[in-house]
Ligand binder design. Structure first.
Ligand code: GLU
Ligand code: MG
Length: 488
């Protein structure tokens, strides 16, 4: 294997060969995967879900979608209205696609203004009573037009289309999004954060100080059917992390929304304020939203047992090479807030360099094989450069799109990078974009993302990112951090 002095060239085209490419990634390629089921079927499923929720004393259902700025927005219905909502949808304005994190609105010729209406349909199969919000349930929503056509700007339908594009190639993915957060005492949001524990990083001291709180987080997640893998204190003051079992890509994005709102609800019950923002304080280690992925053909994990690096099969290697190459433009979808670039700096374990490496916490793409003996199930790759200001549906869908493009082109990975890229000869390992402008430039050059997202969603994301980049172009790091601190 190459070492820390190797030159890596992930931005090069790689050894692309003619492909036996699968179906196109654009909206037409997987239209069937996002068609609205017949109304009678939706009504029957909603009735079953409502009966199930009623036994858990649910009175109202919060139906969420995540906007292009990474903010979870909501419409709620009383439980008695769930079946109606599943049949006809709940009204939402199309201009939500241009909302910024501070609730200002961008403009784009590709997205309408204040007129028009969309219908938000709860995914009733995923509806779950909220353990820390008694009487409430949550369900993620998909957005369709009043005529029942998929809304081209719907981020969750985009993720569903990309998962279907993998299935169209005989493949499937398992994904999981790690959630890091900071808890502070619930004082005024204008004041500097005060932390409820001052224990050392990863210290038992912190777990002991907040043991009732952390037990309640675990209990709530468990009661909501989530399989927690780990919970632990993280590096920065007041920082913790929880990870949950991998699942299908859309399920993983849903789960990341549910986990964050559960942590928020439990925190409120303990008099704590919570932040999932990329940084809480400029200069400190921030909150990541690392995305773990494994590629499967039937029961076979393609990250294991092949002849590529560390047993990657050619398909998994092509997939990862596609993702690695596209990381600059992927930041537009995986690192939404300008504050994300304050987190994405060397020697912060945030993955600020465009390279890959086995268990390398400074590489944006970290290969994880697991222990000897468990590799067939555990092998996966972690996109470390993403944070929780991302819309998780856009992040997971865009990674799948660029991965499938790499797979279709039968790409190979460049040499591995071992060690800390910050300690390497300057220029040896490319840094990822250091601000929104460079990421946007890469995004504007990405034919793969443009095709996969489809023009309306591609343009809406572009308008939102440009507007937020302009908002904070002249701001100091402290101002950027403060603006994001309590929004995510
Ligand atoms: N908090 C780090 C980040 O910003 C990640 C630490 C870890 O590797 O879990 O991504
Ligand atoms: Mg962590």
């Amino acid at each position: 294997m190459t070492t820390g002095t190797a030159t890596v060239g992930p931005t090069g085209p790689g050894p692309a060969r003619p492909s036996g490419a699968g179906q196109p990634l654009g909206p037409a390629g997987s239209a069937a995967a996002v068609a609205l089921p017949p109304r009678a079927e939706r009504a029957a499923r909603a009735q079953e879900a409502a009966d199930r929720l009623r036994t858990a004393a649910v009175e109202a259902v919060a139906v969420t979608w995540v906007d292009n700025a990474g903010i979870t927005r909501v419409k709620a219905v009383p439980l008695g209205g769930l079946t109606h909502a599943a049949q006809w949808g709940v009204g939402t304005a199309p201009c939500f696609d241009l909302f910024l994190a501070d609730d200002a609105m961008a403009t784009s010729p590709a997205v309408g203004g204040p007129t028009g209406d969309l219908r938000l349909y709860p995914d009733v199969e995923r509806a779950v009573p909220l353990a820390a919000q008694p009487g409430w349930a949550w369900a993620p929503g998909d957005r369709y037009t009043q005529g029942g056509a998929p809304h081209p700007g719907c981020q969750r339908l985009f993720a569903r289309r990309m998962a279907a594009a993998a299935v169209g190639r005989g493949l499937s993915l398992k994904a999981g999004i790690e959630v890091e957060w900071v808890v502070a005492l619930a004082g005024s949001p204008q004041e500097a954060p005060q932390y409820p524990t001052h224990g050392p990083a990863y210290g038992m001291h912190r777990l002991t100080d907040l043991s009732d709180y952390l037990r309640d987080v675990l209990r709530a997640l468990g009661e909501q059917g989530l399989a927690v893998l780990q919970i632990h204190p993280e590096y920065s003051p007041g920082q913790f992390e929880v990870s949950v079992a991998p699942e299908d890509p859309v399920g993983a994005a849903d789960t990341s929304v549910l986990v964050r709102h559960t942590v928020r609800a439990v925190s409120a019950r303990h008099g704590l304020r919570v932040s999932f923002a990329p940084v809480i304080e400029a200069g400190a280690v921030g909150n990541g939203g690392h995305l773990h992925l494994s590629l499967w053909r039937g029961e076979r994990n393609l990250g294991h047992g092949g002849s590529g690096p560390y047993g990657l099969t050619a398909e998994a290697e092509g997939f990862l090479a596609g993702v690695l190459d596209a990381l600059p433009e992927l930041l537009v979808l995986g690192c939404s807030s300008p504050a994300g670039y304050l987190r994405l700096v060397p020697s912060h374990w945030a993955g600020a360099y465009q390279c890959w490496g086995l268990e390398n916490r400074e590489a944006a793409l970290r290969l994880v094989t697991g222990s000897t003996g468990e590799r067939a199930t555990a092998a996966n790759a972690e996109v470390k450069c993403f944070d929780a200001s991302a819309n998780p549906y856009l992040a997971v869908g865009a990674v799948i799109a660029t991965g499938l493009a790499g797979l279709d082109q039968r790409r190979a990975l460049p040499p591995e990078f071992t060690g800390d890229p910050a300690a390497a000869e300057p220029g040896t390992v490319p840094r990822l974009p250091e601000g929104p402008a460079a990421a946007l430039a890469a995004y504007e050059g990405s034919a793969v993302l443009r095709e996969a997202l489809g023009e309306p969603l591609y343009q809406a994301v572009l308008a939102v990112r440009r507007a937020e980049a302009e908002q904070y172009a002249a701001a100091t790091p402290e101002e950027v951090a403060a603006a994001a601190r309590w929004r995510y």
